[in-house]
Design a protein around this ligand. Structure first.
Ligand code: ADP
Ligand code: MG
Length: 678
């Protein structure tokens, strides 16, 4: 049974849904078979007696789904209190919340609920266990700085060291000093446990007469019942990992007994290319029984459901995934793992102030995690598409925390909004570079969000902090009030906050490009989004219209939902909701007010579309997916950069350079002075 995914709260198929005929008893048995069950008493004891408990265990051992339930069973959610469990990824939040509500036999959104940005499936009166992204929990601190409604906060997947997780850990450590009754459970899949524990070690300050839980963190390791995983390496370095992955899948399917295959690639484009090869390769398609599915965040819901549903009899499921399947999601039935050795990672260079998404080598720790996904149901096999020599001698032991490779503008404004003034002296689990912090302060100053004393300005700074989007987008929304185009700018903000509004069908790039042309605006991508949205509304929000125009229907529905929420926030902040009725100058000026730092100029005499950023003279090009690709207006502003062979600007709009000095006189005077001095 695939659960109806239209509007309902139930997200995922499960063999345990009550309609499938299994009673509650069988769920209880399943729960008791999980490795974590043997540790139930110890976990509860440690949480009772220690302010912080670090729990280590393999993926699938039951940490995420069971520990919140144990805590509730032990009474931690009584007296109106709540148990929170954070995840770095939204898809994981939805998936575990629906799983746990099913195990407890309650409706999702009541006793068990979840919150992700722009989607709150909880009920303040009855929700006792709440799953949420770490970003959302950070936002909650703006209204409730001590997170007083939670008795226990479980920070899950802490080893991923996502930016929000690390900020959260830093803040939780502060909260603990004010709220000795608060308990933290930090769960982590790797050997990060010791550093987590030492970060939370407050025991030096413990006074003899002090009561309450020990401030020395406890570490508990859940021994899994993982099976042996045999690892194979490429004999020679692989020139094209997509092709290599496809041929590995093909030979597993030929030679190995039943069992699903999980392939790790880096992103949606890779994944689609691999699926296309697999479905076009007659060698493979001739063999029946292969059932190929993508998995990445932003995947439409019906496709997610397929991934989690049991493999049909006589079939072999091939799940082609991003890093998302590395730890946070449970995929039953996987016996073979194919690991390309790369993932998409954020890299920020404070010197150029450019943040890039780059395909970069994974760490040994990640490679081990990936391999571990093969030994869940029976002994498995992992095929690494790199040499053993490379694994042993060149792969780094650990990844770099995101904190140390991100643009920190959002991070800094959040801390400021929480009243943390000494950003440089903040106690971080991993210290960011001072250059990156200073860059962030500079941008926030230019945006008018902080003042000369680096305090949030009133009202602009507080307003920007209040909007749950990147500060540059929030500033653009604020500015739209002045330019009389808030309705349009809110649409643009909504579109920019989802992955893509285009529906890319494998092998139909040409049709997609043609469809885009129907909406393409000479001013650039942002205005093109407005055209698409207009068409969608005029069609009566028709899925048929979307289909005909290669527009992703689910994405457009999401855009409407986000718009409604942003409109409500804007109203609360006193921003007049107004349409500029097609005045794209107004819209572009508002965008410039937020994104002036991303301005670029076409190099004179450039025949190949070479731009340089005004700020740091970095060489960049317009991405082929942009409607301005090959149009190359002289002055542009971009939304983000991706790099492959070159640095490409995604979502680009043409501007008039005089708008830059209008939007950010301080910033551009400073820059001009600098370039004159060079
Ligand atoms: P951990 O957090 O330790 O990785 P989880 O608590 O996420 O483990 O999962 C424990 C077990 O619960 C899995 O091994 C699987 O048997 C079951 N499970 C979890 N999520 C689902 C789901 N969406 N569908 C079916 N079974 C699931
Ligand atoms: Mg988990």
């Amino acid at each position: 049974v695939l659960v109806d995914d239209e509007e309902g709260g139930v997200l995922f198929y499960s063999s345990l849904s009550s309609s499938s005929g299994y009673g509650h008893a069988s769920i209880e048995k399943q729960r008791q078979r999980l490795p974590v069950y043997k540790y139930r008493t110890s976990i509860l004891y440690l949480v009772e007696n220690h302010a912080t408990t670090v729990i280590v265990g393999e993926t699938g051992s039951g940490k995420t789904t069971q520990i919140p339930q144990y805590l509730k069973e032990a009474g931690w959610a009584e007296g109106g209190r709540m148990i929170a469990c954070t995840q770095p990824r939204r898809l994981a939040v939805q998936s575990v919340a629906s799983r746990v509500s099913e195990e407890m036999g309650v409706k999702l959104g009541e006793e068990v609920g979840y919150t992700i940005r722009f989607e709150d499936i909880t009920n303040a009166d009855v929700t006792r266990i709440k799953f949420l992204t770490d970003g959302v929990l950070l936002r909650e601190m703006m209204d409730d700085p001590l997170l007083s409604k939670y008795s226990v906060i479980m920070v899950d997947e802490a080893h991923e060291r996502s930016l929000s997780t690390d900020i959260l850990l830093g803040l939780l450590k502060k909260i603990q000093r004010r709220r000795p009754e608060l308990r933290l459970v930090i769960s982590s899949a790797t050997i990060e446990a010791k550093s987590m524990a030492s970060f939370f070690n407050n025991s030096r300050k413990r006074q003899e007469e002090e009561l309450g839980p020990s401030k020395e963190p406890a570490i508990l390791s859940v021994e899994g019942r993982g099976f042996n995983v045999q690892t194979f390496y490429a004999e020679e370095p692989v020139p094209d990992y997509i092709r290599a992955a496809v041929s590995t899948v093909s030979s597993i399917h030929d030679e190995e007994p039943v069992g699903d295959i999980l392939v790790f690639l880096t992103g949606q484009d890779d994944i689609e290319a691999a699926i296309q090869m697999l479905t076009e390769d007659t060698e493979v398609t001739r063999k029946p029984g292969l059932f190929v599915l993508p998995l990445y965040s932003g995947l439409p819901r019906a496709d997610q459901d397929l991934v989690f549903s049991p493999t049909p009899r006589g079939k072999r499921k091939v799940i082609i995934s991003t890093n998302i399947a590395e730890t946070s999601l449970t995929l039953e039935g996987v016996v073979y793992v194919v690991d390309c050795g790369f993932s998409k990672q954020r890299f920020y260079n404070p010197m150029t102030d450019i943040e890039n998404l780059v395909v970069a080598p994974i760490s040994k720790a990640s490679a081990r995690q990936r391999a571990g996904r093969a030994g869940r149901v029976r002994p498995g096999k992992c095929y690494r598409l790199y040499t053993e020599e490379y694994f042993l001698n060149e792969m780094s032991a650990h990844g770099i925390p995101e904190m140390q490779r991100s643009n920190l503008v959002s991070c800094v404004i959040q801390l400021k909004a929480l009243g943390i003034d000494n950003i440089l002296g903040f106690d971080w689990p991993a210290s960011p570079s001072p250059e990156a912090l200073i860059r962030a302060l500079e941008v926030l100053y230019s945006l008018g969000v902080i003042d000369d004393d680096a305090k949030l300005t009133s009202p602009a700074g507080f307003q920007v902090a209040e909007i749950p989007l990147d500060p540059m987008i929030s500033k653009m929304i604020l500015a739209s009030s002045d330019y009389g185009c808030s309705e349009e700018v809110i649409t643009i903000a909504a579109v920019l906050s989802i992955q893509s509004i285009w529906f890319s069908v494998r092998g139909s790039q040409k049709e997609l490009d043609e469809a885009k042309l129907r909406f393409a605006a000479a001013e650039g991508d942002h205005v093109t989004f407005l055209n698409v949205n207009k068409g969608f509304i005029e069609s009566g929000k028709s899925s048929n219209w979307c289909h005909k125009n290669h527009v992703n229907y689910q994405a457009m529905k999401k855009v409407q939902e986000i718009r409604q929420q942003l409109r409500r926030i804007a109203q609360r902040l006193g921003i007049a909701l107004k349409s500029c009725e097609g005045d794209t100058r107004a819209v572009r000026k508002a965008i410039t007010a937020g994104f002036f730092a991303n301005a670029c100029r076409l190099e004179a005499f450039s025949h190949n579309g070479l731009y340089k950023t005004i700020r740091s003279s970095q060489e960049v090009y317009i991405h082929p997916s942009s409607v301005l690709f090959r149009v190359n207006p002289k002055w542009v502003i971009f939304h983000s950069i991706v790099s492959t062979d070159r640095q490409y600007m995604r979502n680009v709009i043409s501007i008039d350079p005089s708008w830059l000095t209008e939007a950010a006189p301080h910033f551009y005077q400073h820059q001009q002075l600098k370039s004159r001095a060079q």
